[in-house]
Design a protein around this ligand. Structure first.
Ligand SMILES: *[C@@H]1O[C@H](CO)[C@@H](O)[C@H](O)[C@H]1NC(C)=O
Ligand SMILES: *[C@@H]1O[C@H](CO)[C@@H](O)[C@H](O)[C@H]1NC(C)=O
Ligand SMILES: *[C@@H]1O[C@H](CO)[C@@H](O)[C@H](O)[C@H]1NC(C)=O
Ligand SMILES: CC(=O)N[C@H]1CO[C@H](CO)[C@@H](O)[C@@H]1O
Length: 334
C-alpha cells in the first residue's frame, strides 16, 4: 500500500495450532492466513529513528491472539536503513536485528511463518537501489541469520514502483540468488513487482512478462501481489467499488499464475468495515479458495501497536477490523 499519509505498518500472522507448518490443506481453504505487523518502519523519513519514538516493534501477546484466531503467517515490516545503517553491505545494528530475530523466533517456535519484509519500495536512503551486487550481498547477510529456520519467508522488498522494469527484475533475481547463496535452501521467497506489486495491474504493468523469467534453483518462489478494493486501489478509503471488486481485480493475475504454473500470495489486502466491503472480501477470498492450485493465502493490512483509529486496524482488541472483519473472513482460512 502506498502509505504517504499514515505513519507506517508491520506484519504478521500465525496459526492456532503449533501444527507442522506444512499442515495438510483442507479443501477450499487457503494455506496462509496472515497479517502485516507494522510499526518498526514508522517514521520512515527519519532513517535512524529511536525505538519507542519514531518506531515500535510488535506486541508478542498480540501475535499470540492472532494465532488463536488461526493465523499462521506474519509479515514483519522493518526498514533496511535501520538494520544496516551505513550501507547495503554494512554491519547490522545489533539491537534492531535483535528485535527482528526475537519476533521471528517467537512466531516460528509456535509453528507459524515469519516473513522478513524490508519495507523499502526498492529504495535505500531515499535513492532507487541500482547496485544489484550490493543488494545480493544484503540478502546473503540477512538470510545467513535465518538460514536454518524453515518457517522464515523472505520478501525481496515492499512495493517497487516508478522504476525500470528490468531493474525490478534484476533486484528480485539478485535477492533470490543472495538468499540461496547464504545456504538458505528450504525457505519460500516472495518476489514483488513494480507498480506497487498490484494484482489488478500485474499483466498491464509489464510485471507479468518480465517476472515470469525469475529463476530459483530451489523452486520455492511465491509471487507476492497486493490488492485493495477502493477506486484507485491505493488502500486509502473505506469505500469499496462494488461487492465483487476483489474477485474481479484478481482474475487476470489468476489466469497468469495458472498459465505459467506459478504460486501467488496476496501479501496485502484490506477494505472498510462496512457491508459492501465485507461482501467483496468474502467474494474475493471465496474465489481464492476455489483456486488454491495457484493462490496460497492472503495477509491483512494491518496490525501493530500504533494504528489507533486507522480504518483497517486489526490490532486486538479495539481495532475496527478486529471486531468487524476478522470474524467474517477467518472461515476462508481455517
Ligand atoms: C529523528 O529522530 C530523532 C530521534 O528521535 C529526533 O531527535 C529527530 O528530531 C528526528 N528528526 C526528524 C527530522 O524528525
Ligand atoms: C530492541 O531494541 C531496544 C532499543 O534499541 C533494545 O533496548 C532492546 O534490547 C532490543 N531487544 C532485543 C531483543 O535485542
Ligand atoms: C545509482 O545510485 C546512486 C546512489 O543513489 C547514484 O548516486 C547513482 O547516480 C546511480 N547510478 C545510476 C547509473 O543510476
Ligand atoms: C497497505 C499499506 O498501508 N501498506 C503500507 C505498508 O506499510 C508501509 C510502511 O508503513 C506503507 O508505506 C505501505 O503503504
Amino acid at each position: 500500500m502506498l502509505f504517504k499519509n499514515l505513519m507506517a505498518a508491520a506484519t504478521l500472522a500465525s496459526t492456532a495450532f503449533a501444527a507442522p507448518a506444512e499442515k495438510r490443506q483442507a479443501a477450499n481453504k487457503l494455506k496462509f492466513f496472515g497479517i502485516n505487523e507494522s510499526g518498526a518502519e514508522f517514521g520512515e523519513k527519519n532513517f535512524t529513528g529511536v525505538y519507542g519514538k519514531e518506531f515500535i516493534w510488535y506486541d508478542l501477546n498480540t501475535i499470540d491472539q492472532f494465532m488463536n484466531q488461526g493465523m499462521n503467517m506474519f509479515r514483519l515490516n522493518f526498514l533496511m536503513e535501520r538494520l544496516t545503517p551505513n550501507s547495503l553491505t554494512g554491519a547490522f545494528d545489533p539491537l534492531y536485528l535483535g528485535n527482528l530475530t526475537q519476533q521471528v523466533n517467537h512466531i516460528t517456535q509456535k509453528g507459524a511463518y515469519a516473513m522478513i519484509q524490508p519495507h523499502n519500495y526498492g529504495r535505500f536512503l531515499g535513492n532507487i537501489i541500482n547496485d544489484t551486487a550490493a543488494f545480493k550481498t544484503w540478502w546473503t547477510n540477512v538470510a545467513a541469520v535465518y538460514k536454518d529456520n524453515p518457517l522464515v519467508v523472505f520478501d525481496t522488498n515492499n512495493e517497487y514502483h516508478d522504476m525500470e522494469q528490468q531493474l525490478v527484475f534484476n533486484l528480485n533475481q539478485a535477492a533470490i540468488d543472495g538468499v540461496r547463496a547464504a545456504g538458505a535452501k528450504t525457505q519460500y521467497i516472495t518476489p514483488e513487482g513494480n507498480s506497487w506489486t498490484g494484482a489488478w495491474t500485474w499483466v498491464s504493468s509489464g510485471n507479468a512478462a518480465s517476472m515470469v523469467n525469475l529463476k530459483d534453483p530451489e523452486d520455492k518462489l511465491i509471487y507476492q501481489m497486493h490488492q485493495y478494493l477502493d477506486t484507485d486501489g491505493s488502500g486509502t478509503s473505506a469505500t469499496c467499488v462494488s461487492a465483487t471488486i476483489f474477485k474481479e481485480r484478481l482474475q487476470v493475475a489468476t489466469k497468469w499464475l495458472k498459465d505459467n504454473k506459478k504460486q501467488g500470495l496476496i501479501g496485502e489486502y484490506a477494505a472498510g468495515n462496512n457491508a459492501q466491503c465485507i461482501s467483496a472480501l468474502k467474494d474475493g477470498l471465496a474465489y481464492m479458495a476455489q483456486n488454491t492450485d495457484v493462490w496460497t493465502g492472503a495477509l491483512w493490512w494491518a496490525a501493530g501497536p500504533w494504528w489507533g483509529d486507522y480504518i483497517y486496524n486489526m490490532e486486538p482488541t479495539t481495532g475496527a477490523a478486529w471486531t468487524g472483519i476478522l470474524p467474517q473472513i477467518k472461515s476462508y482460512f481455517v
